[in-house]
Design a protein around this ligand. Sequence first.
Ligand SMILES: NC(=O)c1ccc[n+]([C@@H]2O[C@H](COP(=O)([O-])OP(=O)(O)OC[C@H]3O[C@@H](n4cnc5c(N)ncnc54)[C@H](O)[C@@H]3O)[C@@H](O)[C@H]2O)c1
Length: 363
Amino acid sequence: MSFVPYDRPVRAAFIGLGRIYDLNVRAYVGNPDVEVVALVDPDEERRARRQSDWPAARVFASAAELAASGIGVDAAEVLLPVPLHADGVSELLSFGWHVNMQKPMCNDLAEARRLLDAAQASGRVLRVMENYLFYEPLRKLKAVAESGEIGEVSGYHMKMTGSGLGGWEVPISSFLPQLEQMQRGRGILVFDDGWHKLSTALWLFGPVREVRAWIGNTPVGPGVDIDAPSTIVWEHESGVRGVWDITLAMDMYLRSDYYTNDERWEITGTKGYARVNRCTGRGIQQPSLEVYADGVLRAYHALDDDWASSFRDSGRHWLRWLHTGEGPLSWSGEEAVDVLRFALAAYASSAAGGTGVNPAQLG
Ligand SMILES: NC(=O)c1ccc[n+]([C@@H]2O[C@H](COP(=O)([O-])OP(=O)(O)OC[C@H]3O[C@@H](n4cnc5c(N)ncnc54)[C@H](O)[C@@H]3O)[C@@H](O)[C@H]2O)c1
């Protein structure tokens, strides 16, 4: 793909105007790198509501109508329901638009191949945005690990508890695609949210050579199965081992401005440890990053630990990238396939009773 950087504001279209638009839009507001030219959603009420953010943009019920309108579009900000990712993004690439899509990229390797082929055929850039890589406490965690402050890295531990009470309102219409995903064996904690967690492992410690998993299931209502308790362990090619444990606490109230995930990330080194205490929700109300080494505990009190800022910064990175073509995309389409392989290896391992699976060897 030969990419020519833009020397003018990128003409962008939002495709999907649902719940997560509220955070993704933060990268676009007041950003001279971009001009929002169109908004697309079949829901008329949402089109009308979001247009007040962008009075100069045209609104459409479908991307095909926008493509036929003659309006010039350079890049699509794709906020579609997950089951539509493979078909929807292939279509947008075929219109000749660069794509910044949400995770999970898609459900299996055949769909991933289709998306990469569509990007190649159109000569456009496919990005699968990973906002967690832009969350300041996690960026600082990475910097601490790489600085040698806690010695050589000897292990990585992530914890997540999905709680049932608190947080922002998630319309039932936003939840329905998740039910569809559950029926396809792609659960909301391991696959949907897990995409982010597995991404952080690849980002911090590189390729993974073996994954072992025990994926559980808890029915919480008619047709609603939550994929917890689950435990995933893995080993990176570097030898660093990681573990992610996922639990469910349906009756636990968690204060959150967004979703109700109580999360932690901890890197253990030969001399100490560094831990991010929270992210999406306001679980542990201590400084978001703590670093222990040489008998001293240091706490970071002034990091931008609002989860929404990671969307702003991830989106700004993309819109800047379109003007330079330089630096990592975080993630490129190919890198996102590594995340997918990691998740698929966990499913394969769990189905086989927890045996080790090499993600690179999945067919
Ligand atoms: N990065 C994160 O942490 C994070 C968090 C939540 C959601 N997401 C992702 O964001 C995406 C959207 O999630 P959401 O919660 O906003 O979902 P949502 O259901 O609230 O919004 C999706 C919107 O897409 C619209 N839509 C449906 N079909 C369409 C079509 N053919 N063309 C255009 N629009 C169409 C719907 O009407 C709806 O308004 C998903 O991929 C989800 O995984 C990411």
